[in-house]
Every structure is written in structure tokens, then in C-alpha cells.
Ligand binder design. Structure first.
Ligand SMILES: Nc1ncnc2c1ncn2[C@@H]1O[C@H](COP(=O)(O)OP(=O)(O)OP(=O)(O)O)[C@@H](O)[C@H]1O
Ligand SMILES: [Mg+2]
Length: 270
């Protein structure tokens, strides 16, 4: 049997090391995906109480409208016009409830895909539709300042919405710790330097101590009793993977300001 020379042995060892490295990398990627998924489920879970409360209303209305519709049809002669109106209301309410469920499903189950052509304003509106009942419940009013005619960005809808969801929940959490003053959440979009869109999330909470603005993004850094401290760390990785930047600063006159950029989709802007 031919003996392998020292160089060949080294080469084999190197290849083995490489495949080991690749395996470790794949494992790390998988772990990151699972962590991000767990974070989305936790975030949605935090909204679940408010959302299910909100969903009671269309369900109750549907029950009432169904009875009304049936009663109208049982009349002699049947009042078809009234029945039709009742059934129209059922269609509207159930459609709206179905939309909410679909969005939750999308965020909880959908595996991230990359490189969608994404309208950031639309993605933000969808997240807000899920988070607005939680904002209401905490006495937070939401202001939207979305720039018109923004170019689409390139990215993954689920991931970008996850960033928004985390920032919005953090802002609501922060403001629910302060008793005085208005609780206002402002979300704005703008065109940043050419080629990037800027999203800003401002709150009127206690704000962030300057010495903490970097630590916030570290994994497991949390000041909340039930927090995992993963939210901002995941937001940071998502924005970075999209070629953008996420940072925190002080809001004026008080509270925190989180901003991130996302590159414009070159396929569309070209
Ligand atoms: N808008 C904000 N205002 C003030 N402090 C904030 C704000 N957003 C985040 N923080 C601080 O940063 C910490 C880390 O936030 P992060 O979202 O990473 O974790 P978390 O919200 O504590 O837990 P979770 O993993 O559930 O998101 C928070 O615990 C809080 O102390
Ligand atoms: Mg958080």
C-alpha cells in the first residue's frame, strides 16, 4: 500500500478541517434561523392577548348579523334587502378577521425568503395592523409619517417585519413604564442617502442611557423581567444581512429613537 506523503496528509487534514468548518457554519446558520423564529413567535405571543381581544368583536358581530339575516329571511314575505345587508356585514367582518389570522400565520410559519421586491410602507402597515391593539391597550397612540413614492427595497418581508415588530413592541414596553406625559409612537420613512430607505421609530418612554446605546444590541441584554434580550440583537443581524445599518439614539424631547436603513432594490431603481 502506497504511503501518503506528508503534503498529501496535510492536504487531507485541511479538507477535513474545511468540511468541519462548513458543517459548523451550517449549524450556526440553522441555529440563527431557529432563534429568529423563536423571537417572532415570542413577539406575536406578546400581542396575542390584545389581538384575541380585538377578534372577539367581529366574531360577536358576525353572530348577531347571522341571526338578523336569518330572521329577515324567515319573515313573510322575506326581507331580502335587510338580509343582504346583514350578510354583507358578515362578509366584511370575517374577511377582516381572516386578514389578521393570515398575517399572524405569515409571521409565525413562513420561512424567510430572500430578495423580494418590498414596499417598506406596506410592510410597516401590515405590522401595525397586528400591533395596534397592543398599542391601544397600553394607551399608546401611533403616528405614521410615511414618505410617498419610496422606491422598493430588496429583502425578506418576514424578516423586515420582524425588525419592525420588535422595535414597536420595545417602544410600547418602554412607554408603559412611564406614567406621565403622552404616550406617542411615531414611525416614519424617508429616502436616505441615494440608494437607501430610512425607517425611524420614536417613542416617549424613559429613553436610553448613553452608556447603554451599544449594549442594547448584545444578545441577552435585557432590563425586563420577562425579556429574553434577543430582540435587538436579532434586528441588528437582520438589518446587517440586508446591507443596512441599525442604531439607537435619544429622541427629542424625550424617549428613544431607533433608526435603520435598507438599500433600495437595484433591480427596480435601475
Ligand atoms: N424603546 C426603548 N426605550 C428604552 N429602552 C429600550 C427600548 N428598546 C429597548 N430598550 C432596552 O434594551 C433592552 C434590550 O432590548 P431587546 O429588544 O433586545 O430585548 P427585550 O425587549 O428586553 O427582550 P426580547 O428578547 O423579548 O425582545 C431592553 O430590555 C430595554 O432595556
Ligand atoms: Mg424586545
Amino acid at each position: 500500500m502506497a504511503m501518503l506523503g506528508e503534503n498529501a496528509t496535510e492536504a487531507i487534514a485541511f479538507v477535513l478541517d474545511l468540511s468541519e468548518l462548513k458543517r459548523a457554519e451550517a449549524q450556526a446558520r440553522q441555529l440563527q434561523l431557529e432563534l429568529a423564529h423563536a423571537n417572532r413567535v415570542t413577539a406575536i405571543g406578546q400581542l396575542a392577548a390584545s389581538i384575541s381581544h380585538e377578534m372577539k368583536q367581529p366574531i360577536a358581530a358576525t353572530a348577531v348579523n347571522a341571526s338578523t339575516g336569518l330572521r329577515c329571511l324567515e319573515l313573510d314575505p322575506p326581507n331580502v334587502g335587510e338580509a343582504r345587508q346583514a350578510f354583507d356585514r358578515i362578509v366584511r367582518d370575517t374577511r377582516r378577521a381572516g386578514e389578521v389570522i393570515k398575517r399572524i400565520h405569515g409571521l409565525v410559519n413562513k420561512a424567510p425568503t430572500t430578495n423580494e421586491i418590498l414596499q417598506i410602507n406596506e410592510a410597516i402597515r401590515e405590522v401595525l395592523a397586528l400591533a395596534s391593539s397592543e398599542a391601544n391597550r397600553n394607551g399608546v397612540s401611533v403616528r405614521l409619517q410615511l414618505a410617498e413614492a419610496l422606491p422598493p427595497i430588496k429583502g425578506d418581508r418576514v424578516q423586515v417585519q420582524q425588525v419592525m415588530l420588535n422595535l414597536i413592541i420595545n417602544a410600547i414596553d418602554a412607554m408603559s413604564t412611564v406614567d406621565d406625559g403622552t404616550r406617542e409612537l411615531t414611525i416614519s420613512t424617508a429616502i436616505n442617502e441615494p440608494g437607501a430607505v430610512l425607517v425611524a421609530v420614536r417613542d416617549c418612554g424613559p429613553g436610553i442611557a448613553p452608556e447603554n446605546t451599544e449594549r442594547l444590541f448584545e444578545p441577552f441584554y435585557t432590563t425586563k423581567a420577562s425579556g429574553m434580550g434577543m430582540g435587538l440583537s436579532i434586528c441588528h443581524s437582520i438589518v446587517k444581512a440586508h446591507g443596512g445599518r441599525l442604531w439607537a439614539s435619544a429622541n427629542v424631547p424625550r424617549g428613544a429613537l431607533f433608526q435603520f436603513t435598507l438599500p433600495v432594490n437595484p433591480a427596480v431603481s435601475a
